[in-house]
Write a protein that binds this ligand. Structure first.
Ligand SMILES: Cc1cc2nc3c(=O)[nH]c(=O)nc-3n(C[C@H](O)[C@H](O)[C@H](O)COP(=O)(O)OP(=O)(O)OC[C@H]3O[C@@H](n4cnc5c(N)ncnc54)[C@H](O)[C@@H]3O)c2cc1C
Length: 517
């Protein structure tokens, strides 16, 4: 069996960027459960936030990020994010990501809750596609070994230290062990937990579930961001209509034509995502409709077609000319703020185990992510993982985040004699209805009982769908139990029975398999 210095699970921005840095330092294996470009990164539209405009500064970016995080951002991590952004974005440019320019200068756009234009983009609204294609092309030109259709199924730990990973070959069904000095989970979030989602099919919370099973700490799972504007067209899979469309002047109207965001927030369409998403839900309820409309018909057709070519042509292909007609939209699950708890070096509480990208919870997003900070977080903290692995071998003692967080065990629950049958659509409907944008204690308890019952009935997984279902059920439990614990509303977590933020809850909480701190 070959031993690698670095094994990286996942081939989105976090996995590929780490791989490209790591190959300078040792042998690298990347495992990915589909094709190399099956990931969320590829779908990112808006871009990547960086304070480089003339009225901008890392300090202002810091302030906007902390404001969006609603009292739960880790200030040290946010400082790192905003201060180290330029260096990491320079790496992306060096690798060849073709960010859009005008007269030789990188063009910046504005998105909700950013004080100034700050978002770099590529191909207009095809930023993620350009990043993924560029990084995977670079990876192919190096000795990095990539195993596609290879699903990591268990983290191997010996004497408290990671020694490798067990993985399933999804085509043959055989299981192999791969050993390493450093294992990095870059498996993305868990967007497939919900019925309506912008996420790729591969985003099933695997890394979070594997880490939990290995006894790593998982935190902030109750904070799931729902994107306000996702195309809602009969028979068409959810397709994101980027925040940047509102940033460029798009207006939200209910089905009666009323511009409703002015009734909910002074910033109107540019209010934080959680406020816009909830306002849309209220308007849909009020008007008995399953959608509202995004109106860009007052913008110049040239601006729309050049700035949003991808969105324009996707809608056009489905019979909708957005320069002339309103875009039907509704919220959908989009981004997980929580995940595998890491410190400012991407380290987990298990020696040799790191997490990066959306799978990790670095604390930069707090209770609500500022748009376009996630691609940035992926590169900034991936680079720190690499720096950490260079410092000592093996890494020195794990330094915890100083955030007074409490880790709990997942609570036991009474098994239900009658629960709906377990399959992915039923799980996604349960999560959407009871653990979605607007939650209540009653609904959460109901979901928690069903999920615990489902978990007790799961057979031994043997193929990719059964491993993914296992992981989804565990992540659904972690999300639901965390939402039940948090008896307040903050950021993306909203409960009708506790509609206000509580000072008592200005803290993180999470779960760990074996230990109560
Ligand atoms: C539609 C959309 C638009 C977005 N727009 C933006 C934006 O404009 N700006 C921004 O900052 N963010 C945006 N985001 C969020 C951002 O794209 C993601 O947070 C980011 O790309 C996550 O990168 P990642 O590398 O952590 O994970 P991903 O890109 O999701 O990659 C995860 C990888 O892990 C692999 N994997 C998972 N489980 C296993 C397993 N068990 N074994 C092996 N491999 C596994 C997957 O196959 C995949 O390769 C958007 C997200 C979506 C869905």
């Amino acid at each position: 069996m070959k031993h690698y210095d670095y094994i990286i699970v996942g081939s989105g921005i976090a996995g590929l960027y780490i791989a490209l840095l790591a190959i300078e330092r040792g042998s690298v294996l990347v495992l990915t459960k589909g094709n190399i470009d099956d990931c969320n990164t590829r779908y990112a539209q808006g871009g990547i936030a960086i304070a480089m405009g003339k009225d901008d500064s890392p300090e202002l970016h810091f302030k906007d990020t902390v404001a969006a995080g609603d009292g739960l951002c880790d200030a040290e991590a946010v400082r790192i994010l905003t201060d180290e952004a330029a260096d990491c974005v320079a790496d992306l440019i060096k690798f060849g990501v073709p960010f859009d320019t005008l007269d030789g200068e990188i063009t910046l756009t504005r998105e909700a809750a950013h004080s100034v234009p700050r978002i770099m983009h590529a191909g207009g609204d095809a930023t993620g596609e350009h990043i993924e294609v560029t990084l995977s092309r670079q990876v192919r030109s190096t000795p990095i070994k990539v195993l596609q259709n290879c699903l990591a199924s268990e983290i191997l730990v010996q004497n408290g230290k990671v020694i490798g990973v067990r993985a399933l070959d999804c085509r043959t069904g055989s299981v192999e062990e791969y050993h390493c000095r450093f294992l990095i989970l870059a498996t993305g979030g868990a967007g497939k937990l919900f019925k309506y989602t912008t996420n790729s099919d591969v985003v099933t919370g695997d890394g979070i579930a594997l880490a939990f099973e290995a006894d790593a700490e998982i935190c902030d799972m109750e904070f799931f961001q729902f994107h306000p504007t996702v195309l809602r067209l009969q028979g068409v899979a959810p397709f994101l209509i980027s925040e940047a469309v509102r940033g460029e002047g798009g207006i939200l109207r209910n089905v009666e034509g009323h511009r409703f965001m002015l009734d909910y927030a002074a910033e109107a369409e540019l209010a934080p995502r959680d406020i816009v998403a909830r306002s849309i839900v209220y308007e849909m309820e009020k008007t008995h409709s399953d959608r509202v409309f995004l109106d860009v018909t007052h913008l110049s057709p040239r601006l729309i077609t050049t700035r949003f070519p991808h969105i324009y042509s996707f809608c056009q292909d489905h019979g909708l000319d957005i320069t002339k007609g309103l875009i039907p939209v509704a919220p959908a699950a989009h981004y997980l703020m929580g995940g595998v708890k890491v410190n400012i070096w991407g380290e987990t509480n298990i020696s040799g185990l790191f997490a990066a990208g959306e799978a990790a919870c670095t604390g930069v997003h707090g209770a609500n992510r500022l748009a376009s900070n996630s691609l940035l977080e992926s590169v900034v903290f991936s680079k720190r993982v690499m720096q950490r692995t260079e410092m000592t071998t093996p890494p020195r003692h794990y330094k915890e985040r100083n955030d007074k967080a409490i880790s709990y065990c997942l609570p036991g629950r009474e098994m239900l004699s009658k629960a709906p049958s377990l399959n992915v659509p039923n799980l996604q409907s349960l999560m959407w209805d009871k653990v979605g944008i607007i939650r209540s204690g009653e609904g959460l308890k109901e979901a928690a009982g069903i999920l615990a019952t489902w978990q007790s009935l799961l057979p031994q997984p043997s193929d990719r769908p059964s491993y993914e279902l296992d992981n989804l059920v565990l992540c659904a439990r972690l999300t639901t139990e965390a939402a039940l614990l948090r008896e307040e509303s903050r950021g993306a977590h909203f409960r009708t029975d506790f509609p206000k933020a509580s000072p008592e809850w200005q803290r993180h909480s999470g779960f760990r398999k074996s230990v109560i701190k």
